[in-house]
Design a protein around this ligand. Structure first.
Ligand SMILES: *[C@@H]1O[C@H](CO)[C@@H](O)[C@H](O)[C@H]1NC(C)=O
Ligand SMILES: *[C@@H]1O[C@H](CO)[C@@H](O)[C@H](O)[C@H]1NC(C)=O
Ligand SMILES: *[C@@H]1O[C@H](CO)[C@@H](O)[C@H](O)[C@H]1NC(C)=O
Ligand SMILES: *[C@@H]1O[C@H](CO)[C@@H](O)[C@H](O)[C@H]1NC(C)=O
Ligand SMILES: *[C@@H]1O[C@H](CO)[C@@H](O)[C@H](O)[C@H]1NC(C)=O
Ligand SMILES: *[C@@H]1O[C@H](CO)[C@@H](O)[C@H](O)[C@H]1NC(C)=O
Length: 385
């Protein structure tokens, strides 16, 4: 027996899983234009030869008059109901910065100093991304053996709904930046980021590997590890700090894979990793301590792509939130012989893979070292997630 309200919700959800909330696989969406495309993402350079506290000055100086300060404050407000815990955020959280590893501690201090946003709020902005992103990531191999890695980043779930959109999702769109990280004035890696956030969710090390991270929800989830960190038990690493370290310092697919599989983490996560030659792509499903059921690209077995949303690949996705089946349906329909950056963009532009949370789409090609990102919008009618 279901109470009436549950029935109503059930019917709404069933309704959302049919047209016009879902649609046939899109075609001809690239180059991006029209109502699902809200703009190009601007490029910035971060010089790794500068002291960490100075690295983000250009990005922050440019973005701080924009929506950035308000977005960080709103994010802090969303997590910490107004007023009640301001003391914690503004007085106690800053103490935490020195427990974070170098160079992240210094970079975060630099962001706070340049933007004028209180340190505690910048720390919160850097912590909570890790546990609130729902996404779709995929790596596909074309018939010539080139690897294409792409993702939609969906952020802002349950953080306010206004004018048929998620409030935080809209506020973050102006903060999306592409960053070219350089050493000796040469590109080490590239990423798509939010201004003020020093970890990495999406990045490419040219001619070596590509990497994205998706959130994994489990009972032993995000908060426990973060709480332990705050309370002083610090034997795991922040997930997006690990991805940043790997993009900056790992020099092969094999090395990246080993570190992503073996490093102890503060919270579970999915890492989607692509290499630089045929067959090199995998989904690494992580608990805090180990890698579970790694899934590899396998051309012989007909697995010419790997795709991850926010559910373990060996289990069905939550029926309320199935972006995996529509995305795989469109990949299968495209076929390996027609896969390209263009057709991958089509897959990521099909509802509900594209939804109200989708903030940006990134397309990466390891061989050419090309990374491009687009701010997205999902015009009504559109799934909220
Ligand atoms: C609501 O959204 C529509 C487009 O989705 C936009 O044109 C309109 O300006 C928005 N209204 C407000 C009050 O933000
Ligand atoms: C860095 O490289 C760019 C081109 O890649 C060049 O325009 C610039 O002058 C170089 N800067 C320095 C300080 O060498
Ligand atoms: C990468 O390695 C260099 C040299 O060991 C180190 O100084 C730097 O902090 C590392 N970067 C990250 C993000 O861990
Ligand atoms: C792939 O990466 C390895 C390890 O960094 C490198 O030795 C090799 O040259 C790369 N291959 C290509 C095709 O870029
Ligand atoms: C896509 O193709 C794969 C491999 O043939 C198959 O396992 C999967 O069930 C297909 N998924 C959909 C949604 O068509
Ligand atoms: C895929 O490519 C083949 C030629 O290689 C073409 O005949 C076919 O129409 C294409 N299919 C789609 C769905 O674009």
């Amino acid at each position: 027996y279901l109470p009436p309200l549950a029935w109503l919700l059930f019917c709404i959800i069933i309704r959302l899983q049919h047209p016009p909330y879902t649609e046939d696989c899109r075609t001809g969406m690239y180059p991006p234009e029209g109502p699902t495309f809200k703009g190009e993402v601007p490029w910035y350079t971060v010089d790794l030869d500068l002291p960490p506290s100075k690295r983000w000055t250009d990005v922050i100086t440019d973005k701080k008059n924009n929506a950035m300060i308000q977005a960080i404050k709103d994010l802090a407000d969303a997590f910490v109901p107004s007023g009640k815990l301001t003391d914690l955020v503004d007085r106690d959280l800053p103490l935490m910065v020195d427990t974070l590893p170098y160079p992240f501690n210094e970079e975060i201090k630099g962001v706070a100093a340049t933007s004028g946003v209180p340190l505690g709020e910048v720390i919160l902005f850097n912590i909570f991304y890790e546990v609130f992103t729902v996404c779709t990531s995929l790596v596909a191999e074309d018939p010539a053996g080139n690897l294409i890695h792409a993702r939609n980043l969906d952020f802002g779930l349950f953080m306010g709904w206004k004018n048929k959109s998620w409030v935080m999702t809209e506020k973050l769109k102006p903060l999306v930046v592409n960053v070219d990280f350089r050493r000796n004035n040469r590109t080490v890696f590239k990423s798509t980021n939010f201004a003020g956030y020093v970890g990495m969710l999406t990045g490419l090390r040219p001619q070596m590997f590509t990497l994205t991270m998706n959130e994994r929800f489990t009972l032993d989830g995000g908060y426990i590890g973060i709480l332990e960190w705050i309370l002083g038990k610090r034997n795991g690493i922040w997930m997006s700090f690990l991805t940043r370290s790997i993009l900056e310092n790992a020099t092969s697919y094999a090395e990246a894979k080993k570190q992503l599989s073996d490093t102890k983490l503060l919270a579970p996560a999915y890492f989607i990793l692509g290499g630089n030659q045929t067959g090199e792509a995998c989904i690494i499903t992580r608990s805090r301590t180990q890698s579970i059921h790694p899934l590899e690209l396998d051309i012989q077995q007909g697995r010419w792509y790997v795709l991850e949303t926010n559910y373990d690949h060996w289990k069905p996705p939550l029926f309320l939130d199935d972006r995996r089946t529509p995305a795989m349906k469109c990949m299968n329909q495209t076929t390996q012989s027609n896969i390209s950056v263009k057709t991958v963009y089509d897959v990521l532009s099909t509802k509900p893979v594209l939804n109200k949370l989708t903030t940006y789409t990134t397309l990466m090609e390891v061989a050419s070292g090309k990374l491009e990102s687009f701010i997205r919008d999902c015009p009504n009618p559109c799934m909220p997630w």
